[in-house]
Design a protein around this ligand. Structure first.
Ligand code: KIV
Ligand code: NA
Length: 266
């Protein structure tokens, strides 16, 4: 199966919605791949996999290791790897060096970075040099220390104009798609109508050109459940119940049974 390409994603503007989920590991990638247009190796792995307090401490090395695993586990979806905090903000040159290293290490086709107007020149620098960039505006978790929390953005008119301007700036700079996270719905609708590349919503609007969720959130595998997460399952409950069954059988010596034990040669 041929992998989804960046131009193919671009062409989906205004067409059938794009499906994107996060994946951090090879087995999850294998399971999600047939159902997704894109897999995101999100820096949310900081909290979800490593128990970190935010995405701020996530490193390029962590993104490279998980990105490579997701590429190895997928055949169909376009794999996008998040650039972690501190690896791209200082200058377009620094961003290029980090992004090129990530693509070489992982085999992924694109990177995602947070920010709007301030990152536009960086988005242009990378895009013009062969590195496709997905933008990310609205609630940008790497800025948690500046924003003061994870509340929805766009509650004031000034903030609305700022976020719409951010999305337009990265789109005009050459981003092939833009994630819109945690904003009041009219912002997501206005951005989707005014930029010519697909918008991917998370806590945004059903009118976006696609949707993304953290797979662990959607599966009920992680305790944090923001308003915008819909739980399609209870993986934590499922795993807990199976662990309880195993524990009971170990304690009663029902496991291992005859089928799981080696008999000596007759
Ligand atoms: O890191 C992540 O998982 C993300 C998505 C939630 C958009 O950036
Ligand atoms: Na992210």
């Amino acid at each position: 199966m041929k992998r989804v390409t960046v131009p193919a994603v671009r062409r989906r503007k205004g067409a059938e919605p794009l499906v994107m989920l996060t994946a951090y590991t090879v087995r999850t990638a294998q399971i999600l791949d047939p159902h997704c247009d894109m897999l995101l190796v999100g820096d949310s792995l900081g909290q979800v996999i490593y128990g970190l307090p935010s995405t701020v401490p996530v490193t390029l090395e962590m993104m490279a290791a998980h990105g490579a695993a997701v590429v190895r586990g997928s055949y169909h979806a376009l794999v996008v790897v998040d650039m972690p905090f501190g690896s791209y903000e200082a200058s377009p040159e620094k961003a290029f060096e980090s992004a090129a290293w990530l693509l070489k290490q992982t085999g992924a086709a694109a990177v995602k970075l947070e920010g709007g107007t301030a990152m536009a020149s960086t988005v242009a620098f990378l895009s013009e040099r062969g590195i496709p960039v997905m933008g990310h505006v609205g609630l940008t978790p790497q800025a948690v220390n500046a924003l003061g929390g994870y509340g929805a953005r766009g509650r004031s008119e000034a903030e609305v104009r700022k976020i719409v301007g951010d999305a337009q700036a990265v789109a005009e700079a050459g981003a092939f798609s833009v994630v819109i996270e945690g904003v009041v719905e009219p912002i997501a609708i206005e951005i989707t109508r005014t930029i010519d590349v697909p918008t991917i919503g998370i806590g945004a609007s059903a009118q976006c050109d696609g949707q993304v969720l953290v797979a662990e959130d959607m599966l009920g595998m992680f305790e944090r459940t923001p308003k915008f997460v819909k739980r399609y399952g209870d993986m934590a409950g499922y795993i807990g119940e199976r662990a309880a069954s195993f524990a009971e059988e170990v304690r009663s010596r029902a496991f291992p049974g005859e089928e799981q034990t080696y008999a000596p040669k007759a």
